[in-house]
Design a binder for this molecule. Sequence first.
Ligand code: FRU
Length: 473
Amino acid sequence: CESPNSWIPEFHFYKPNHWINDPNGLFFFEGTYHLFYQMNPDDVVWGNMHWGHATSEDLISWEHEPIALYAEPEGLGYIFSGGAVVDVNNTSGFAKSGETPIVATFTHHSKDEVQTQSLAFSLDGGKTFEKYSNNPVIPNPGLKDFRDPKVVWYEPGNYWVKAVVAGQCVHFYRSENLLQWEKLSEFGHNIGAHGGVWECPDLFPLHCEQSGETRWVLLISINPGGPNGGSAMQYFIGDFDGRDFLVQDKDTRWLDYGTDFYAGITFDNVSEAPTQRTIIAWMSNWNYANKTPDNAWRGAMTLPRILKLVKHPHSYALCMEPVKQSEKLWSSKKSSHRVFDAPIALPDAYKLEITLEKTASETLLEWRNGQGNLIKLKIDLANMCAHFDRSEAGFDNHDFAATIDVPLLASDSEFMEITVCVDTCSLEFFFANGERTLTALCFPDSAFSELKVSGNLLSVADKTEILVSPLKK
Ligand code: FRU
């Protein structure tokens, strides 16, 4: 039964009438992006995990495809998360007649909760998959949590490297053919955040355009233990020498400070890969994922984003922005606002581009609707932090009513630029070219119809400007 407001996303990927969680097996091949995801074919709560499938030519409009991998409840088990690689050189030998195999690597989770690593391959560019007959390819080493394999080609050694999470660390393996795996090393015992179990690793090299240097990046989802409660993603930057991952520094770094950016992984085989990776994450949090009020469907993906490496004086960091293709979502009929005495009228789905003069020490943005719901974002440039509050925004649930703090980064620029992509039940904030991001779900009783801006320096001389671009319909 559909609720009066079913919060159906207007520009985010979701699966009607189903539960979805993590993105899986992302790859690009012959003009098509493939998105697989954790899916329950029977219900709108987690369970009976299969891999659902969707395809896109531009990462923005998606076509639903048939289920790619079916659970084997009586056999090796449910199909948990993992990645996929385009095996360009047929190292796996799966191709017999010149095809390019796509090899999906995933976790089998059995009825008695034993987790093992398995493979499936496709010889028709990802349309259909066959499970490998000798699964699992990595047996369980005696650990309760041992899952989410993600594979990358290690060019200097001419072999594949697989990252698998094991409790609160990562195990790395190598293989020449994706079939036989040899353990290389472990990472994470005394480093990073350990408030919860580690999940969904992703390892890849990234070239920094600014410095001309390459660093290795390791993404790790952690649940619970995120900076603002529950699930979140941390990352490490360093080097991978073919065996060990060696970190640049010991600080814990968060990829997104919001409560709803989880289990993100990057696409294999995207041509811009040396300097950027394309990432999609699941827009929810295990603290409340099964309870959100979107009960005719449950779970959506973030906008696909570009990940890049930025150089700071003594270290590297990651920044994230929506993929370029997302620009086509927005109507060119922007409205520009420089005077803030009256609230700004808002469409249902839109992009905001906010330019704040840095001399404004405090600015408050308030989204309101006719139902008394309210979202607040306070930008405190004196203390370089942003404070987001959805506790009065609808969906009155103790686990959901989060307030989120984002430390901002000092820079020489006179302005703080913020982009916000707002959909029916989500807000994605990109601060200062995406060096900080905040992704948050929100279930108002009706769409927020107005934005009120107030602050200590909103005079005519102030250069603060807000542009509103409605979603193109
Ligand atoms: C992350 C996760 C993975 C697991 C999958 C099960 O959200 O817990 O570790 O493979 O979800 O659906």
